[in-house]
Design a protein around this ligand. Sequence first.
Ligand code: DHB
Ligand code: MG
Length: 227
Amino acid sequence: MSQETSQQTWTRVDDYLAARLLPDDPVLAHVLAESDRAGLPAIAVSPLQGQLLHLMAKMMGAGRILEIGTLGGFSTICMARALPADGRLVTLEVEPRHAEVAQANFRHAGLADRIELRLGRGIDTLAALEKEGQGPFDLVFIDADKPSNTDYLLASLRLTRPGSVIICDNVVRSGAVADADSTDASVLGVRRFLDAVAAEPRLAATALQTVGVKGYDGFAVLRVEAA
Ligand code: DHB
Ligand code: MG
């Protein structure tokens, strides 16, 4: 074990924890297999992270969930399973190929009636949701193109209510988030997002660093405190 790299340790422990704590889940296994078969990037949340999203949605009693960035629908299904029978999840995706794979996965999961996938640029779809008077959403999961994180945050604030929770994936990026000299577009996007959170008096916020099968990254968790 002394030769083991950090990543090997994180993967071994994630595998151990998932084997102990997560039930066998043929539906989620199917989602990953289909996503892989379709050539989607292997960047879905990990099974343990998906279960955290599921539990957070359930702990909040979320009835309306908004997801920005569907990919193959792994996190979508984790969260949608926490909804009550009359609950609804709206998920936004810009890539038609991802959307197609995700829709098939929602049908396979028996959740197609509870999940509405909207195809298009996130920022345009968010504006459309606002115009339609959709929301307020109880829980928002931001997990799309990182340069747009701040736009997604500001739209999320208009689509939520005091007490709503906003979770944002990938806010650590192997530690690069703390590099003030970074020129990486995603890192800059995350740093601008965190600046916007810090400047927003309506939000209470934290961020947690995570390690696991997906490497070293983290989540921001925000609570809308006031309208
Ligand atoms: C990337 C995006 C993600 O949402 C993620 O969880 C991991 C990686 C990426 O674009 O590299
Ligand atoms: Mg992500």
